[in-house]
Design a protein around this ligand. Structure first.
Ligand code: NCD
Length: 309
């Protein structure tokens, strides 16, 4: 694996390889010195052009635990604010010779364009527009598989703003590829056409999507990607679509996932977010281990002698 641009393009074997390796990296965190020498002498550059808390912190920690040097660029501190184009910024960064460039951007397809434009670096997509967020999907699949034992024939419901969600697209592709039954629902204005092509079955009523689910993933309304009013009000949204205790009761004792950031009282009630079914903080912890496994997998292909010599 040279790049991780999306779940599209990732094979089932590669995905399972990452999920199988992750526990080993989670154990590293428990060691007195939580570091392994896999990326010694390598630089991992984080180029985050959209806000991020979890993903950025998690990649930073993952890279450091693999002994890489890290550089972080975000819009407020970079020349992008001074009119430099994204590609020029990226070119400048590659002149500093990063081995791996982790990118988050509002432009769908930008990570793939970077991979073509900058042949020296491995590109990892940390979220591109509404298109893909492959590392989030891998950590979600890891969390679900660990909690529920297997992904085959598991029923996973994904509810919320599907239209603007890269987390949804990557998860629908990955979970269906790994044998889960993916059901989805949300306001009709936020359900894009062609959901079946992603491997998901759409339901008009949230309650129907939740019926018998083993895991439920709740998604935030992505106001920042909306150019029109898609929902009447947050209050009405909560009444009709939010994951609440009564709706959760329709599931098969489902675990509850949310990629964050959470909008309590909008897409999820506080009782559910903080309840015993919630694995939201576990997702955050697993995110570091899964991202370590991804960076290590790229290292294995690219720097064989240095990393495993
Ligand atoms: C998601 C993202 O940025 O796509 N968050 C994340 O990576 N943890 C989801 C979101 O912003 O709603």
């Amino acid at each position: 694996m040279r790049h991780l641009l999306g779940i599209r393009g990732l094979s089932r074997e590669e995905a399972l390889g990452i999920l199988d390796e992750a526990p080993r990296f989670r154990d590293v965190a428990e060691q007195p010195v939580p570091r392994v020498p896999i990326l010694v002498g390598r630089t991992v550059t984080l180029l985050f052009l959209e806000p991020s808390t979890r993903t950025q912190a998690s990649f930073q920690l993952a890279a450091r635990r693999l002994s890489a040097e890290t550089l972080t660029f975000s819009p407020r501190s970079s020349s992008l604010r001074k009119g430099e184009t994204f590609l020029d910024t990226a070119r400048t960064l590659t002149a500093l010779a990063p081995d791996i460039l982790v990118v988050r951007t509002s432009e769908a397809g930008a990570p793939a364009a970077l991979a073509r434009a900058l042949p020296g670096a491995s590109i990892v997509n940390a979220g591109d527009g509404a298109a893909e967020h492959p590392t989030q999907a891998l950590l979600d699949a890891f969390t679900i598989r660990e909690r529920r034992g297997a992904l085959e024939r598991l029923r996973v419901a994904i509810v919320g703003d599907l239209l603007h969600s890269r987390v949804f697209r990557s998860n629908a592709r990955l979970l269906s590829m790994l044998g889960a039954e993916v059901r989805c629902s949300g306001p009709p204005t936020l359900m894009p056409p062609g959901l079946e092509r992603l491997g998901a079955t759409p339901f008009l009523r949230v309650e129907d999507a939740l019926e018998g689910a083993d895991a439920v993933m709740v998604l935030r309304i992505q106001h920042e990607r909306m150019h029109a009013s898609y929902i009447p009000s947050e209050r009405e949204y909560f009444e009709e679509f939010a994951l609440t205790e009564p709706r959760l009761a329709r599931t098969n004792d489902a675990i509850v996932l949310h990629p964050g950031p959470l909008n309590r009282g909008v897409e999820i009630s506080s009782e559910v977010a903080d309840g015993s079914a919630s694995v939201i903080l576990e997702q955050v912890r697993n995110g570091v281990a899964v991202r370590m496994a991804i960076l290590a997998e790229i290292a294995r292909g690219r720097f064989p002698r240095k990393s495993h010599g």
